[in-house]
Design a binder for this molecule. Structure first.
Ligand code: 13P
Length: 257
């Protein structure tokens, strides 16, 4: 069986108190899969900035603790950038992974391909793992522009990286029309794009690079098995279903059983 990456993007949810509540149930939810952790399963949660410390604190003595990540960062190490959070600040909180280029950042907050690329590079330079999100809107899909849009997003994010660095990025295909809508890409649609992405990344980075590609968009226990069984899908980037430890781990349970 392949290794499954189960990553939970909490978005603007989960106060400090709610984060504490999540970790009260986490150990029991992950316990049935404890022997898979490492080689068969990797779990990460990405709380809001203000709950990162709490997540680290509540999980620090846990045997099966998840990776703690952030949902964004700025590429400059410090300075006059009101409202932004730097990579050194995140590292100090124990963060090792950072979600970048999420469609909500691109579409609600106007982040450009170029800005996302600078953040990817800055994270890699600092030894953090970027979780690079990309994907098309419904309008782009219906206009047959899916692959053109994604190629632009992926090439911009990989610009200036060495092949080795390209291999360290975790790629997450998230069709915008499937995020938070309850509409999931069919397993065949998700497989098509994830397979295509791997080919494109190998074309840019070279054949020695075997990229990890996740699918995100309304993943939950009831559709996880079909999606995660697809050959080119290495895991899931989960929004809504990651807010409770039971519904989050149920995704891996559905795949395994
Ligand atoms: P949902 O699982 O809530 O659709 O969110 C997906 C997502 O955007 C994860 O980054």
């Amino acid at each position: 069986m392949k290794k499954i990456y189960l990553y939970g993007n909490w978005k603007m949810n989960m106060t400090k108190a709610e984060t504490e509540g999540f970790f009260k149930g986490y150990a029991a939810a992950v316990e049935p899969f404890a022997s898979d952790l490492g080689t068969g399963l990797e779990v990460a949660v990405f709380p809001a900035f203000t709950s990162i410390w709490e997540a680290g604190y509540r999980s620090k003595d846990m045997k099966n603790k998840p990776i703690i990540g952030a949902q964004n960062c700025y590429y400059e190490p410090k300075g006059a950038f009101t409202g932004e959070v730097s990579i050194p600040m995140l590292k100090e909180q124990g963060v090792t992974h950072v979600i970048l280029g999420h469609s909500e950042r691109r579409h609600i907050f106007g982040e450009s391909d170029e800005l996302v690329g600078k953040k990817v590079k800055a994270c890699l330079d600092a030894g953090l793992t970027p979780v690079l999100c990309y994907g098309e809107t419904l309008e782009e899909r219906e206009g047959n522009r899916t692959f053109e849009v994604m190629e632009r997003q992926l090439r911009a994010a990989m610009k200036g990286l060495t092949p080795e660095e390209m291999g360290k990025v975790i790629y997450a295909y998230e069709p915008v029309w499937a995020i938070g809508t309850g509409k999931t890409a069919t397993p065949a649609q998700a497989q098509e794009v994830c397979g295509w992405s791997k080919k494109l990344i190998a074309e840019v980075a070279g054949k020695d690079v075997a990229p990890v590609v996740l699918y995100g968009g309304s993943v939950k226990g009831s559709n996880a098995k079909e999606l995660l069984s697809m050959e080119s899908i290495d895991g899931a980037l989960v929004g809504g279903a990651s807010l409770k430890p039971e519904s989050f781990l149920e995704i891996y349970g559905a795949y395994k059983n």
